[in-house]
Each structure stands twice: as C-alpha cells, then as structure tokens.
Design a protein around this ligand. Structure first.
Ligand SMILES: Cc1cc2nc3c(=O)[nH]c(=O)nc-3n(C[C@H](O)[C@H](O)[C@H](O)COP(=O)(O)OP(=O)(O)OC[C@H]3O[C@@H](n4cnc5c(N)ncnc54)[C@H](O)[C@@H]3O)c2cc1C
Length: 371
C-alpha cells in the first residue's frame, strides 16, 4: 500500500482546495511546494470573487455552485481558525462607464441565469450614492455575494487548518517517478515515499512539468498596484471596471490587473504601473489625485484555449492528474473544481467534457500531434 493516496504538487489556490476535498473524503495527502515553504509567506494582498466576467458581464461556468462552494469553505476556515481577516463579504459593483457597457450589462441581466437575489441594477445617482467620487457612468449592477479575499491570509490559514487536520506538507523540492503500481517521490534530501496518485496543481508552472507541456497551457503575466488614499474611503465593496479596485484597509486600494501575453520576466514594470494608475484615474478620478503608491506586484496566471480550467487524467497514466488553468477566476473556481476532480478520483463520477484533459487530447489527436 502507498504511503499517501495522493501527492499534490503546488500549495496555491488549487492545490489547497484539492487537498481539502481529498481530506474531506478521508484520503491521505502529501502537499509539496518548495516555493511556498514558509506557511506565513506573503502572497497577493487581495483578490476578487466575482461571478461575472469581462465586458459582457456574463456569468462564469456554474457560477452559483462555484461561489457557494468557495463561500462555504472560507466560512469554515474562518470559524476553524478564529480569524476575521480572510475576506470581506462586501459585494462587487460593476459600474458601466460607457453606454456600450451599460447595454452589455443590461443584456446579461436579462438573458443570463442570474440566481435569485444576487444582483440589483443601479441608476447613476444610486451608484454615486454608494460609491462617492466614482466616474460618470450609465448605471451598473451590484453583485451582492461578491467577495474581497485577502489572499495571503486565506492561503496561510487554509494550509494551517489542513495540516492541523492531518495533511502532510513538505517545502522540499520533490521529483516523482511511476514504478509499477504507484509513484515514488524523492525529495532533495534523498528521502522517499510513495503515493497512489500524483496531482499537479502548479498554476502557471504546470507547463514546466514534462508530462503536461503538451496541453498548451498559456502563461499570462499580470500586475497590481497598491495605493494609499488621503482619506478613509466611505465604501467597502469591490469595484470591477477596466480591471478591479479592491479596498484592503479603509485607506488602501489594490488596483489590478494587467494582461501581458509576451514577457521575458516576472518583474514589475513602470509601463504596467502607468496603465494601472490610468485605470484608477478613469474610475475614481477625484480620489486618484491624492493617492500614494505603496507597492506593486507581478504574477503569472495559467489559461487554456476555452478559458476554462483543465482537470483530469494523463492520457498515458490514469494515476497522474492535473488541475490547472484557472485564469483570472482561481478563487471562485477553486473549491467546486477540486470537488469535481475528487469525486472523479474517489467515486468514478464524470468530469464535465468542457473541463476534462480529454478535450485537449482530442484536439491534439485530430491535429496528428499525439496518438
Ligand atoms: C495580477 C493577478 C491578479 C489576479 N487577480 C485575481 C482575482 O482578483 N481573483 C481571482 O480569483 N484570481 C485572480 N488571479 C488569478 C489567480 O491568482 C489564479 O487563478 C490562481 O493563483 C491559480 O491558482 P493555482 O493554485 O492554480 O496556481 P498558483 O496560485 O500559481 O499556485 C501554484 C503553486 O504551485 C507551486 N509550484 C510550482 N512549481 C512547483 C513544483 N515543481 N513543485 C511543487 N510546487 C510547485 C508554486 O510555488 C505555487 O505556489 C490573478 C492573477 C494575477 C497574476
């Protein structure tokens, strides 16, 4: 018998959710992440759980199930840890700053299956009332269950709660090799253990794993800037317009994000800062006149061609799995996607076709790139 049911590579948003879902099903898990070895490591300051996407404002895949799964888990983490600094249930405002956006948003509210009670249309004066100083707009909508998540606190607390419940974590660089019936894991100190399954949850580093390079997961760099405002802000919700603006403290705003498809390094740049400041100026013109930059961060997201996560088994080894390509919606997708993969592994349920690795293998076979 193997030492672990699963070894998960990557202790980011996906890897933690995967470990959680397997732990809930009574499975033993080894979580490996040499780049987040310190459980109190700083991470991204804040990110948004927003069930709508892009300029059309359409709902993301299975938004209700995804959002409910995320919310229920973060509530449990807050309760288990006694911490009240993991998230704010403050809603998300999507102001339409052009007529075209207003039309798109109204169409989304009419045609998309918005769950009962999730969303209200607001007229420009109502938007100004809840968000003083906002740019001239054509109305917009307020998504009540939207969240602001303090990602560093969330990741660190999640891992602590899982380890308290029996998860084994290692910050040592580890390699895996399949031998007969299970994987042999060898860490950089030469210590070995075995696992029945390996699940790669390495986000934008997934293409660096030889087994997964052929999936064609794309890497997209993004940057956020942090600003101190002159006065405390009289609202708490997140803003989603030309990117996002989140309030972490009463006088601190996180402005994100850029999308850079061609990049050589993951350094912060002046050009991205100028773009982020430009977004702030457009959405909060008065407030932007008196802000001070206090930080800037860069990261890389992983995306697949249909902009949906990729979950499933490797075509040559059903005990090797992947869970990646969360794009810009990692938080909202994390828990529900992990539950789909955990059910598939432990109970044999199907992975929806639009998410399964098989969708990519099918395309590669048609192009003659794999057998
Ligand atoms: C600028 C920016 C802003 C964003 N804003 C939002 C937002 O507002 N809301 C939202 O939901 N999402 C947002 N995202 C997207 C979100 O960050 C991703 O969807 C999410 O991080 C994906 O989680 P993941 O666990 O798959 O990957 P990651 O978070 O990248 O985690 C992967 C982990 O794998 C580890 N790893 C890598 N290689 C190995 C290895 N060989 N062995 C073991 N471990 C390894 C890494 O150290 C890392 O900890 C944003 C992304 C960026 C870049």
């Amino acid at each position: 018998m193997s030492d672990f049911y699963a070894a998960i590579f990557g202790a980011g948003i996906s890897g933690l959710s995967m470990a959680n879902q397997l732990q809930q099903r009574g499975k033993s898990v080894l979580l490996i992440d040499p780049f987040r070895a310190d459980p109190e490591a700083p991470g991204p300051p804040a990110a948004m759980v927003n069930p709508s996407a892009g300029r059309k404002g359409n709902l993301v895949w299975e938004s209700e199930k995804c959002l409910n799964a995320f919310r229920s888990n973060i509530d449990k983490l807050a309760e288990a840890s006694g911490r009240d600094d993991l998230f704010n249930a403050t809603g998300v405002l999507r102001p339409a700053i052009t007529e075209e956006l207003a039309e798109n948003f109204k169409q989304s509210l009419e045609e998309q299956p918005w769950p009962e009670g999730w969303v209200d249309w607001l007229e420009p004066d109502e938007i100004e009332e809840i968000n003083p100083g906002i740019a001239e707009n054509y109305g917009g909508y307020f998504i009540k269950p939207g969240l602001t998540v303090f990602v560093d606190n969330y990741l660190n607390t999640f891992r602590n709660v899982l380890t308290d419940n029996g998860l084994t974590f290692t910050g040592l660089k580890t390699e895996y090799e399949f031998m007969e019936s299970d994987f042999v894991l060898t860490d950089e100190e030469g210590k070995t253990s075995t696992a029945e399954h390996v699940i790669v949850c390495a986000g934008a580093d997934t293409p660096g794993f030889d087994d997964w390079a052929e999936l064609g997961i794309q890497r997209v760099k993004g940057q956020v800037a942090i600003f101190k405002t002159e006065h405390d802000l009289p609202w708490v919700h997140g803003l989603s317009a030309l990117g996002y603006i989140l309030r972490r403290k009463p006088n601190e705003l996180i402005v994100g994000s850029t999308y850079e498809h061609h990049f050589e390094d993951v350094d912060i740049t002046e050009e991205a800062y100028n773009r982020l400041f430009g977004k702030l100026e457009k959405i909060l013109p008065e407030i932007s006149k008196n802000v001070k930059k206090t930080g800037q961060l860069a990261g890389v997201r992983a995306t697949a061609p249909n902009h949906l996560p990729v979950l499933g088994r490797h075509r040559n080894n059903p005990q090797l799995l992947v869970y990646s390509a969360m794009g810009s919606k990692g938080l909202i997708y994390s828990e529900y996607m992990a539950s789909i993969l955990a059910d598939h592994l432990t109970a044999g349920s199907d992975i929806p076709k639009e998410l399964d690795t098989e969708r990519i293998y099918h395309r590669l076979r048609k192009k003659g790139k794999i057998e």
